[in-house]
Design a protein around this ligand. Structure first.
Ligand code: GLV
Length: 314
């Protein structure tokens, strides 16, 4: 049966199945839910809401009309070998996910800018010393990745008076943000960035974009905040940049291997704040509303919002 007659959704989450099903029941009871691997008659399933699906999930879903990604990032979905070609994938764009990411990044920008990382150490040593602080307009925050999340962050940083610059693949006008684009402008962007925030998707093009060469294009004493994906940074090069005192600190929420192995030097590195990929977590109530609205709007217009460009990887 077509999604327009009756949406039947297969759900595979990151262990929050029950919460999602309950929320769909309250917000969009018109959608029938099936929880992987209990699919029932797979021919009835016409939509799916997924996080990191196993390859075999798609094998019998011959009537799938649309896939919704639970995460803002779709790399784990696109990597899935069983992913059918030609089925549209809708990215998760919901206000709480954006708000959570903005909060995580703002917190870390403020922590570095206001030298809280130093005061944490001073407290451990019961050491009382006032350190010189700079006003926000003297601090340049560079955001790599200027999609919905990056632009939302830029506007909050500007409200706090930071100088905000950005980097993306192609040119874009954003009010009050100097935007650099393309590999040839990357060194100029990095050389001005005192606090770097990574919000790019993980694609073959962005893998290790921060590496031995590009990390040293940042000014001495710069900070790195990675809220995107672990693959964006060559972790060995980052460790080297921290240990050689080129960088003053890093806040890392994402890693090449997650969970972060217990023997990773990041866990105990004095310049690193580690968080377990909690930068932002999709909030079922607003996400269910987004999905239900998208299905309804699709009935009217035949279009899906926020479609993933699978060939570009995000
Ligand atoms: C989390 O990492 C997401 O992609 O939403």
């Amino acid at each position: 049966m077509s999604i327009l007659k009756k949406p039947v959704m297969l759900l595979k989450t990151d262990s929050r199945d029950r919460e999602w099903v309950q929320t769909f029941g309250e917000i969009a009871p018109e959608i029938e839910m099936r929880i992987w691997p209990d699919v029932g008659d797979p021919k009835e399933i016409n939509c799916a809401l997924l996080w990191a699906p196993p390859a075999e999930l798609f094998a019998s879903l011959e009537n799938l009309e649309v896939i919704f990604s639970i995460g803002a990032g779709v790399d784990s979905l696109l990597r899935c070998p069983g992913l059918p070609t030609g089925v549209p994938i809708v990215r998760m764009v919901e206000p709480q996910l954006t708000a959570g990411m903005v909060e995580y990044c703002l917190f870390n920008v403020l922590r570095f800018h206001r030298l809280i990382h130093h005061f944490e150490r001073q407290q451990e040593a019961k050491h009382w010393e006032e350190l010189t602080q700079r006003p926000a307009p003297d601090v340049t925050v560079g955001i790599m990745g200027l999609g919905k999340l990056g632009q939302a962050l830029a506007s909050q940083l500007k409200a706090l008076q930071y100088r905000v610059i950005g980097y993306r693949r192609s040119a874009l006008d954003i009010d009050g943000v100097e935007v650099f684009h393309g590999p040839e402008q990357l060194p100029l962007f990095l050389s001005q960035t005192q606090i770097l925030v990574l919000l790019m998707p993980a694609t073959p093009e962005t893998k290790h974009m921060l590496n031995e060469k590009t990390l040293t294009e940042l000014p001495i004493g710069a900070f790195v905040i990675n809220a995107g994906r672990g693959d964006l940074i060559d972790e060995q090069a980052l460790l080297h940049a921290l240990d050689s005192d080129h960088l003053d600190g890093a806040a890392l929420d994402v890693f090449a291997t997650e969970p972060l192995p217990t023997n990773s030097p990041f866990w105990t590195h004095p310049k690193v704040l580690v968080t377990p990929h909690i930068g932002s977590i999709t909030f079922p109530p607003t996400a269910c509303r987004y999905i239900a609205d998208a299905i309804r709007a699709h009935g009217d217009s035949g279009e899906w919002p926020n479609l993933v460009k699978t060939t570009e990887g995000y």
